[in-house]
Each structure stands twice: as C-alpha cells, then as structure tokens.
Design a protein around this ligand. Structure first.
Ligand code: FAS
Ligand code: PHB
Length: 391
C-alpha cells in the first residue's frame, strides 16, 4: 500500500464517515489512526444527533441500527428557578426533531461497515507525519511495529481531532485560531439505570449546571458542572449522585434512579476555530478544525457537516474534474461552524454558574430564560439551532 487517492488521518467519527462516503463514491481512501479500534470505541462522548446527521449516516449506508435503536426526541426541558419548562421542538418546527444515539454506536456502525467492505485502516500508527501537502504530491508517513511506512496520495483529510498532528503541521503564518476556554468543566457519568425523564433536562442551578441525558431506556448519561481542575478520583459515585440530585427540580430529584458508574470522566470546555480549513491538498475536518462546549450538542454534528461538504467536493473533483467544491470547502464549512459556535457559547452562557459574573450576571441568565419562555420567536430560534441549521 504505497498510494491512494485520499489519506485520512484519524479513525474517529469524522475519518470513518468520510472514508465511508468516499468508498460509496468509488474513491479510494486509507485511514491512519494513532490508537487501537478498542480505544477509539472506549471514549464516551456525544449523544444527540441532528436530523442532518441522521440523513448523512443513512446516505453512508450505516443508518439501519440507528433507525431501529435511536430514540426520537420531539423536545427537551430547561430547568431554572426550581421549575422545569419544555422546548417543544415538534410544534415549533413542524415536526423536526433530534435523535438520541451515542457517538460510540455511530463509531461502531462505521467501523463495522468499513471492515465488512475490507477497506484499509491502519490502527496503532506511531509518529504519523504529513509531508508536501502544499504541492501536487502530498504524502503521509508513520511507523508501526518498528517498520516505517509512506503513503502517497492526492489529498490528505485531517480528521485527527483537537490534539492531532494535522492542524499543527500547518505553518503558523498560514493559520489563525480563535479560542475561549471556559472557567469550568463537565463531570460526566454513564450508568445502567433508567433515565430520570424521557427527554433531556438542562438545569441552571445556583450550585452549577447539570444535564440529564441518556443512551437508551436503560442507560443514562448525566453531567454536572465542576471546577476546571476537578479530579475525577475525588468523586465517588455516591458523591456524584448526591450533587446531581441537589441540582435537579423536585420532581426529577424524586425520580432519579442511581447505580454504579460504567464510566466517569471530566471534560474541559472550550470554544475553538481554526481558519482557513484548507492548506493546498490538506483539508481539516471536525475537531481538528473546531471545538464547541458540549452544551449545545453540536460537536459531533458539526463534524458530520464538515464531512458532508468535503465528501461532496471530493466526489465532484475525482469523478467530475471540478475544483469548485474543494475551493469552496473552507468558506462553506466555516459559515456553518461559526453559527454553531455562537449557539454553543450562548447555551453555555445562560446555563452555567460564572462566579466572575456576579449577581448581575445571574440576573441576566434568569432574564434570558424568562424571556425565552415568554416568546415563541425566541423558542423557535433556540429550536432551529438545536435540531441543526441546514447544510
Ligand atoms: P475525534 O477526536 O473523535 O477523533 C480523532 C481521531 O484521531 C481519534 O481517534 C484519535 O485517536 C486520532 N488521532 C489523534 N491524533 C492522531 C495522529 N497524530 N495520528 C493519527 N490519528 C490521530 N460532542 C457532542 O456533540 N456532545 C458531547 O457530549 C460531547 N462530549 C465530548 C466529551 C469529550 C471528552 C470530548 C473530547 C469531546 C466531546 N464531544 C461531544 C465532541 C466529540 O463528540 C467530537 O465532536 C467528535 O468526537 C468529533 O469527531 P472527530 O472529528 O472524528 O474527532
Ligand atoms: C450526551 O448525551 O452526552 C449529551 C447530550 C446533550 C448535550 C451534551 C451531551 O448537549
């Protein structure tokens, strides 16, 4: 294996989905992944899929299990001031909705499809490096089991996440980054207990933000806002359940079913965008290009949007000889990315405790939430961003 059309760096959702769409368009691609497949599957991340994401996964031929097992949600709740109010996505948006289906399952479906098609994926690749992507003969090299490898290609897709090698391979003078680091993190728990509610609950509480989510009718995913330097070791399951219960409205606190954690972790929150997303034959995709605080459930969905744009552009290029799509990729993707960055920042700003914001800041949050539930226009704006803006 010394040449392919597209070298994809990273076998997370972005890389696997791009590989799947390119395969269905008859375009050869090789995925080079730093970790093992088991490690990639062990990461617990996103849970809410936009309708656009569901449609792209169906187009990629990996939508069957999602259709059978995904939970369609027509609304979600915002809890504040001791009360819980519902955002009725269905009535606000004429039936549009979101689907709850864990990123782990999306990744598993994509891995299974790639394996079934016998497509080349290199796992446990060390020292992955990108070469000559500013010219006509880009190349990717890596080492595996002590052997050096080199792969020539026409295009490199940097799908290797925030800590990957692709973005950092771009000369500093050629890239601009925009970043906001939030003064807190999320402590998340996964447990085989029934969810406290049939829909998600986002809670603004004086002790801090909390989120009640799920993966199925028998597996729940909960988060509480925590200190930016919080250590997961300091949180027994019992301490987590006690803190979560304190942040829920009385009905939810009463209904909460607790149990042993399957996974427990702390995630930092940041907003981040790199511009542009194209450097000669290198294209940045997903978390390699941008990060959002998970409050708006946009991270995975934004990655799918990037993949949709790039796969369409590469198909036009390789099968039709057109440059238009790849020339427009960066501007087209960034227009949608920045709108999702705004929404994720806004959801984070109205739901979390910001100590430095003081009493006035907290009153602004309550005013924002009160206005939201006094205005159909405001609720519709929230709803259309939550279910996903058009591609
Ligand atoms: P990923 O980071 O998923 O995948 C990148 C892949 O590249 C990884 O497999 C990595 O091992 C590999 N890689 C890295 N460096 C490499 C190198 N040098 N060479 C080869 N391979 C390399 N989004 C939500 O919508 N909701 C959430 O609740 C949510 N929670 C999150 C919690 C955490 C802790 C994190 C980190 C992210 C969370 N996200 C959430 C966002 C997340 O779901 C991402 O948007 C999604 O994983 C993006 O997918 P990728 O772009 O494929 O990046
Ligand atoms: C999740 O289920 O992990 C989840 C759901 C919605 C969010 C963030 C995370 O906004």
């Amino acid at each position: 294996m010394t040449r392919t059309q597209v070298a994809i760096i990273g076998a997370g959702p972005s890389g696997l989905l791009l590989g799947q769409l390119l395969h269905r368009a008859g375009i050869d691609a090789v995925i080079i992944e730093r970790k093992s497949a088991a490690y990639v599957l062990s990461r617990i991340r996103a849970g809410v899929l936009e309708q656009g994401t569901v449609d792209v996964l169906a187009r990629a031929g990996v939508g069957d299990r999602l259709k059978a097992e995904g939970l369609v949600h027509h609304g979600f709740a915002l809890a504040f001031d001791g009360r819980r109010r519902r955002i009725d996505l269905g009535s606000l948006l004429g039936g549009r909705h979101v689907t709850v289906y864990g990123q782990t399952e999306v990744t598993r479906d994509l891995m299974d499809a790639r394996q079934a098609a016998g497509l080349p994926t290199v796992y446990d690749a060390d020292e992955v490096a990108l070469h000559d992507f500013d010219g006509p003969n880009p190349r990717v090299s890596w080492r595996k089991d002590g052997v050096s490898h080199s792969l020539s290609c026409d295009v490199i897709a940097g799908c290797d996440g925030f800590h990957g090698v692709s973005r950092t391979s771009v000369p500093d003078a050629s890239i601009r980054t925009f970043e906001k680091v939030y003064p807190f993190g999320w402590l998340g728990i996964l447990a085989d207990v029934p969810p406290v509610s049939h829909e998600l609950i986002y809670a603004n509480h004086e002790r801090g933000f909390a989120l009640c989510s799920m993966r199925s009718a028998s597996r729940s995913r909960y988060y509480v806002q925590c200190a930016i330097d919080e250590k997961v070791e300091a949180w027994s399951d019992q301490r987590f359940w006690d803190e979560l219960r304190l942040r829920l409205d009385p009905e939810a606190a009463e209904a909460l079913v607790t149990g042993p954690s399957i996974e427990k972790s702390v995630a930092p929150l940041r907003s981040f965008v790199a511009e542009p997303l194209r450097f000669g034959r290198l294209f940045l995709v997903g978390d390699a290009a941008h990060i959002v605080p998970p409050t708006g459930a946009k991270g995975l969905n934004l990655a799918v949007g990037d993949v949709h744009y790039l796969a369409t552009a590469l198909e036009e290029h390789f099968t039709g000889g057109s440059q238009a799509g790849i020339d427009a990729y960066s501007a087209t993707a960034l227009a949608r990315i920045w709108k999702a960055e705004r929404f994720s920042w806004w959801m984070t700003s109205i739901l979390h405790r910001f100590p430095e914001g003081g009493e006035f800041g907290q009153r602004m949050q309550i005013a924002e939430l009160d206005y939201l539930f006094s205005s159909v226009a405001a609720q519709t704006a929230l709803a259309e961003n939550y279910v996903g803006l058009p591609y």
